[in-house]
Design a protein around this ligand. Structure first.
Ligand code: CP
Ligand code: NVA
Length: 300
């Protein structure tokens, strides 16, 4: 693995290899077993959007691997003043051993990888959120014991989370159903990928998508950068709340995940959120372990 730009670039086997390493690193972390696979290495982190989990889990993760991080916020660096990404890539490549970037355009992440000479990890773009979905798959496997053959359902916006879950879920052998309103469907590139899979379903009916699901996942209706569309989106997503009526359609032992931050009473009810808090916060913890595995794979 050279970079982690999007899950579309990975095979199902490569995804499973990352999850296996993540499980091992989680075990070693819990048992105080040192794993300095990236001793002395520096991870540069670029943030053009806000973050709590990604910011902290990457910095703690690189430290646990024996390395360290340097954080660059777009505002306050020359990136925010428009320095071309191809120049930023060539400069940072001379200082750091890997770059994690959270930004808007997927093309910027791809350009960073194309023009730089160090591994690039996508920490979220408008198009995808691969690190989050690796952590999600890790969490499902931890609680369910397997991934293949399980039904994963996503309710909500055809956004970065839905895109990565469709790709990641299908690649590891899950069946994937997604429910989103007309006008909020995943982009054509994702639908083109999914059309080769019989076990993919796209509907505008949340109840239909959730039927017999093993895992139900949702995310905010208004993502970072879309704040001006909030009112329009709230109207469009009426009826897309993961609540107990929706969960009654899923398998009785179904688990719920949410990448966080969550808006209780919008995409998920307070009741369903709290009933699944043990899954949701393990999922948040697993960002640390999954990303450590990614860093070892690309920077090791
Ligand atoms: N889930 C997630 O990526 O969280 P942050 O935005 O806090 O990094
Ligand atoms: N879809 C959300 C995910 C945040 C982690 C966003 O892009 O804002």
């Amino acid at each position: 693995m050279k970079h982690l730009l999007k899950l579309l670039d990975m095979t199902g086997e490569e995804i499973i290899e990352v999850l296996n390493l993540a499980d091992q690193l989680k075990y070693e972390t819990k048992h105080g077993i040192e794993h300095h696979h990236l001793k002395g290495k520096c991870l540069g982190m670029i943030f053009a959007k806000s973050s709590t989990r990604t910011r902290v889990s990457f910095e703690v993760g690189i430290n646990q691997l024996g390395g360290y991080a340097v954080v660059l916020n777009s505002q306050g660096s020359q990136i925010g003043r428009g320095e071309p990404v191809q120049d930023t890539a060539r400069v940072l490549s001379r200082y750091v051993d890997g770059i994690m970037i959270r930004t808007f355009e997927q093309a910027e992440v791809e350009a960073l990888a194309a023009h730089g000479s160090v591994p690039v990890i996508n920490g979220l773009t408008d198009f995808c959120h691969p690190c989050q979905v690796l952590a999600d798959l890790m969490t499902v496997r931890e609680f369910k014991g397997a991934l293949e053959g399980l039904k994963l359902c996503f309710i909500g916006d055809g956004n970065n989370m839905m895109n990565s879950l469709i790709v990641g879920g299908l690649k590891v052998g899950m069946s994937v159903s997604v429910a989103c309103p007309e006008g909020y469907r995943p982009p054509q590139e994702i639908l083109d990928f999914a059309k080769d899979y019989d076990c993919f379903q796209l509907t505008d009916s949340p109840m239909e998508a959730a039927k017999d699901a093993d895992v139900v996942i949702t995310d905010v209706w208004t993502s970072m950068g879309q704040e001006e569309e909030r009112a329009k989106r709230e109207a469009a997503f009426t009826g897309y709340c993961v609540d107990s009526a929706l969960m009654a359609q899923a398998k009785p032992d179904a688990m719920v995940q949410h990448c966080l931050p969550a808006h209780r009473g919008e995409e998920i009810s307070e009741e369903v959120f709290e009933a699944n808090a043990h899954y949701i916060f393990e999922e948040a913890e697993n960002r640390l372990h999954a990303q450590k595995a990614v860093m070892v794979k690309v920077m090791g």
